[in-house]
Design a protein around this ligand. Structure first.
Ligand code: 5MM
Length: 339
């Protein structure tokens, strides 16, 4: 294991003012995204959409890395160049989703366990050869009146830690993503308790599996009331609860924290991230690894005419990336949306 290289990659992923673009939707998920703008889910359209995102001018100014899906890391752009080479030229580090999805957990109705450990060592070796320098594994934690179970949190965190250890062995920085779902009627205090438990359990397993925290990135949910909770959370509530939860559950030696957006609107996710970054100093960089909250506007514009709107869609992505870059430094305000 080349520890120096791991630390260098991890630091570059959370370099000041930069965050990660999550475009690792599996084929089923990208199908829904493309359907929302009436675009057919073909391999060529998936490639064209992701090529549009990755060729955004100056994208590397605000985006440190992009998480790809297995199909994308193997694809060439329309000019024949490998997408990963285009990324590298733009200063965007290639990353790869390596879990094989969240599936129903036997004996625990309503809960999901993420699969993909079998054969992972060989897959990581191949992904490293294809150019990946970091990876992502997403565990899904569901909140209801009775869930999550301790068994579900333990099993998901154990798998995350085994994945992280295999990544580091292969010289790949692991992003560990314990997503506490924002769907449901739970309040913000419940989200706090479950997030804290998930993080504490995760770091216990990372410690047991000997994972180097300085070469590892956490991708958590923000602590926020469920989407059906009668009392929705304000920006200050989310920022305070999230930062307190992280301070109580995440070791200071971790390389960095990059949030998922989890169904929040683009602006809500940016505002919440910005507010957190006004609460420092904090032990780790707080940045973004948004999927929907970076892509929503770009997808809409591109989808309205996929042959003509490349440049307009790229401007939407560049704008969101810049707004979130400002938010990583606590320097965002709503007036900049129109700039
Ligand atoms: C981009 O979506 C990722 C892959 O999802 P599936 O495996 O379900 O297809 C997802 O893991 C994503 O990276 C995170 O959830 C962050 O995306 P959001 O939209 O929550 O910011």
């Amino acid at each position: 294991m080349n520890v120096e290289q791991l630390l260098e990659t991890a630091a570059a992923m959370v370099a000041p003012g930069k965050g990660i673009l999550a475009i690792d939707e599996s084929t089923g998920t990208i199908a829904k995204r493309l359907a929302s703008v009436n675009v057919e889910n073909t391999e060529d359209n998936r490639r064209a959409y992701r090529e549009m995102l990755l060729t955004t001018p100056d994208i590397g100014e605000y985006i440190s890395g992009a998480i790809l899906y297995d199909e994308t890391i193997r694809q060439n752009a329309s000019n024949g160049q490998k997408l990963v080479d285009i990324m590298r030229e733009a200063g965007v580090i290639p990353g790869i989703k390596v879990d094989t999805g969240a599936h129903p957990m036997a004996g625990f109705e309503g809960e999901l366990i993420t699969e993909g450990l079998d054969g992972l060592r060989a897959r990581l070796k191949e992904y490293a050869e294809l150019g990946a320098r970091f990876a992502k594994w997403r565990a899904v934690i569901t909140i209801t009146d009775d869930l999550p179970s301790q068994a579900n949190i333990e099993a998901n965190c154990h798998a995350l830690a085994r994945y992280a250890a295999l990544c580091q062995e292969a010289g790949i920085v692991p992003i560990v993503e314990p997503e506490v779902l924002m769907t449901g009627d739970h309040d913000i205090d419940t989200a706090y308790d479950i997030s804290e438990l998930a993080h504490k359990t995760l770091f216990k397993h990372l410690f047991e599996q000997d994972v180097i925290l300085e070469g590892c990135i956490l991708k958590p949910s923000m602590v926020i009331a469920g989407d059906k909770c009668p009392e929705q959370s304000g920006v200050e509530d989310v920022a305070e609860a999230t930062v307190n939860c992280l301070l109580n559950s995440v070791p200071a030696s971790l390389a960095g924290i990059v949030f998922l957006s989890g169904g929040q609107s683009e602006i809500q996710a940016t505002q919440n991230l910005n507010e957190m970054n006004t609460l420092g100093p904090l032990p780790w960089p707080l940045s973004f690894s948004f999927g929907r909250a970076l892509q929503a506007s770009a997808l809409k514009v591109w989808g309205s005419d996929i042959n003509k709107n490349t440049s307009a869609a790229q401007q939407e992505l560049a704008h969101r990336a810049r707004m979130n870059s400002l938010a990583t430094q606590g320097e965002y305000n709503a007036n900049q949306e129109s700039s």
